[in-house]
Ligand binder design. Structure first.
Ligand code: MG
Length: 266
């Protein structure tokens, strides 16, 4: 008897569920309507709603990075403490030549004047041919999302190093899924979707930062959840920081070139 009651109940539930999907209009959602965006003319060219961070002309969107980034968690903590205290910035001292932004070794890192949280970023880079250089010393730079989370820029074409430090690695955290590097002297690009970490008021991590990235159109990071800032020495962990922070480009002493940099706030 109990079994037959259960069967009737199941059939009734199934019938009700079926009734809910007989009208196709019931599952049409009419709002919100996505805003119109005109895509770029060529692959990689900025869509109409992008913020242009470098179009080959000048460094108007950039400044010298006053605080830098930490190599160890203690340094990261010290830098994060100083966010919001800088009142005067120096000009970005890097070179602009032939439509490219070129690292000026010794000038230090540069950062965007604008701050970003969740972001889509397109950035093109070129590792110059530098005979005799090897490993981490061959065209090293980096793109630091939110000033703390570095996707490595390095010549990783026939140049071996530790894989979690090669091109497209989240430095010392996540090895890229594949090596999609082009030879030095050729332009290549990253398309990045970055989600900022979320912190509770008491500083606990509600959601870690995450990155999806394509290197020359090939998926290299698939929603990787970061363990904290990308540091040189030690084990990363989260320290609460502002919701939006500048994007930093690293000066690692190599004349890496950048061009066509644009972002879309998400
Ligand atoms: Mg680097």
């Amino acid at each position: 008897m109990k079994k037959s009651i259960a069967l009737v109940f199941t059939l009734c539930t199934a019938a009700l569920a079926g009734a809910q999907i007989t009208d196709p209009k019931a599952t049409e959602v009419w709002s919100p309507i996505p805003p119109k965006v005109t895509p770029g003319i060529f692959p990689g060219s900025p869509p109409s709603d992008a913020v242009i961070l470098f179009d080959g002309k000048d460094l108007s969107q950039w400044r010298k990075c006053a605080l830098g980034y930490g190599g160890k968690m203690e340094d990261v903590a010290a830098v994060i403490k100083k966010y919001g205290t800088v009142t005067k910035y120096e000009d970005a001292g890097w070179e602009v030549k032939d439509g490219a932004l070129i690292v000026k070794p010794g000038a230090g890192p540069i950062e965007t004047k604008l701050s970003f949280g969740d972001v889509q970023l397109h950035i093109e880079w070129l590792a110059p041919v530098d005979t005799g250089k090897t490993g981490q010393g061959y065209s090293n730079s980096g793109v630091f999302l939110m000033s703390n989370y570095e996707i490595q820029v390095l010549n990783s074409y026939e140049n071996s190093t530790y894989p979690n430090g090669q091109a497209a690695a989240m430095y010392k955290q996540s090895i890229p899924l594949v090596n999609a590097c082009r030879p030095p002297g050729e332009w290549q690009y990253y398309d990045i979707i970055f989600t900022a970490p979320r912190f509770a008021k008491d500083g606990t991590v509600l959601k870690p930062a995450a990155i999806t990235a394509f290197h020359n159109g090939v998926l290299v990071q698939n929603h990787y959840e970061l363990k904290g800032p990308c540091i040189y020495i030690g084990t990363p962990y989260y320290i609460p920081h502002p919701d939006k922070l500048p994007i930093i480009l690293q000066d690692h002493g190599d004349k890496v070139r950048f061009r066509n940099i644009w972002a879309r706030e998400l």
